[in-house]
Design a protein around this ligand. Structure first.
Ligand code: HEC
Length: 167
């Protein structure tokens, strides 16, 4: 009789702890719905249905982290960025201290991502490999971006008007 009670008590204790842990962990977990939605958005590499927050994040990364405009936006005669032609391709105005044979003299238009698939642009940003399968030429940086960041940038660039071909 006593043993049965003890068993029942143990069973109750185990269940109680188990239940407590489950409810605790479910309380700690962030709201599942938005997390799921974000995952789906990040996964789609072809024709992404970019949401506004992804585009905003891409804009922030382009303008404040990657500093893409420094090379991909043309400059006026005073050397200032010509904001009316943002990311529409530009001549490279910086030169290496030591001559390099593979130095690119032009940064292509990336507004609207003309001529690139999303996957190609992501490979450039994640691995520094161009659409031709060759390493990207300096002074373009070999970025090792996380896929979510590369996808946000692609979403932002795609949201810009495609003005290719330019000067
Ligand atoms: C320091 C100058 C510089 C900066 C900063 C820069 N780029 Fe570039 N980018 C270039 C040059 C030069 C090329 C051409 C490289 C080549 O021909 O291989 C290029 C090429 C590219 C290409 C095309 C690759 C190809 O094979 O044609 C993409 C896409 C690109 N850049 C995106 C970006 C993005 C996005 C950023 C910001 C996160 C950025 N770049 C920042 C200079 C730069």
């Amino acid at each position: 009789m006593k043993a049965t009670y003890r068993f029942a008590f143990c069973l109750f204790a185990v269940l109680a702890v188990g239940f407590g842990a489950t409810s605790l962990s479910s309380r700690e977990r962030p709201a599942p719905a938005p997390a799921k939605a974000q995952k789906t958005a990040q996964k789609s590499t072809t024709a992404p249905t970019a949401n506004q927050s992804q585009v905003d994040r891409g804009k922030y990364l382009v303008e404040n982290v990657g500093m893409c405009e420094e090379c991909h936006t043309p400059r006026d005669s005073n050397g200032n960025l010509d904001e009316s032609r943002r990311l529409q391709g530009a001549a490279i105005w910086i030169m290496p201290v030591h001559p390099m044979t593979n130095w690119a003299m032009r940064a292509p238009a990336i507004a609207g991502l003309p001529g690139f698939t999303d996957a190609e642009a992501e490979t450039v940003l994640e691995q520094g490999i161009g659409p031709n399968g060759l390493p990207i030429q300096p002074p373009m940086h070999v970025y090792h971006m996380a896929p979510a960041d590369a996808q946000a940038i692609v979403a932002y660039l795609r949201s810009m008007p495609d003005t290719y071909p330019r000067d």
